[in-house]
Write a protein that binds this ligand. Structure first.
Ligand code: IMP
Ligand code: MG
Length: 178
């Protein structure tokens, strides 16, 4: 098979591995012992979610876990502007503290959609944690409570992030060169 043609590595596997426990410390400090539910946004968050969960375990935290599938991108690199719910969560969220986990915060629409959905269902609080925070103007008013790394306005892949469902398996985050 042809090797992946990706551009510059922005964050290496080692950098990601080192950053995740720090992120968990920030989360722990903010939650102050409160019980919480971790909800990953599929599919982009799966690798981050798995590593984050191992660090959460080592920090002595034991959240309930669920996933939601949301889609807005289709096959391109520009958000369609509408978010679709394609797989819902199973957990009862009433009165719960939710930690939403996504791969990247870009326009903000995906996280804003999930946040209002969970608040409508009675969640007491919805915090968000993203691997990457794209430093671009948001289409909606939303900032992540926790983010591992900033990234400027470029299309990135790897460590769960895809382009047409490829490159998700890369252990690092690289720029995609078109
Ligand atoms: P938002 O709704 O515009 O904030 O976009 C969030 C979603 O768009 C993320 O969950 C990703 O799936 C996708 N996305 C945004 N930027 C990138 C990128 O650079 N690479 C891969 N996916 C991206
Ligand atoms: Mg996504």
């Amino acid at each position: 098979m042809k090797p992946h043609q990706t551009g510059r590595v922005l964050y290496s596997a080692e950098q990601i591995e080192a950053r995740i426990p720090q992120l968990v410390e920030e989360i722990e400090a903010r939650l102050k012992g409160r019980e919480f539910v971790m909800i990953g946004v599929l599919r982009g968050s799966f690798m981050f979610m798995a590593d984050l969960l191992r660090a959460v375990y080592h920090a002595g935290l034991h959240p309930q876990i669920d996933f939601i599938s949301l889609s807005s991108y289709g096959a391109g690199t520009v958000s369609s502007g509408t978010v679709q719910l394609t797989r819902d969560t199973d957990l009862e969220l009433h009165g719960r503290t939710v930690l939403l986990v996504d791969d990247i915060l870009d326009s903000g629409r995906t996280l804003a959609f999930a946040r209002s959905l969970f608040l409508e269902r009675g969640a007491a609080e919805v915090l968000s944690c993203v691997l990457l925070d794209k430093t671009v103007p948001r289409a909606v008013e939303l900032e992540a409570d926790f983010s591992a790394f900033p990234v400027d306005d470029r299309f990135v892949v790897g460590y769960g992030l895809d382009y047409n469902n490829r490159y998700r398996e890369l252990p690092w985050i690289a720029e995609l060169v078109f």
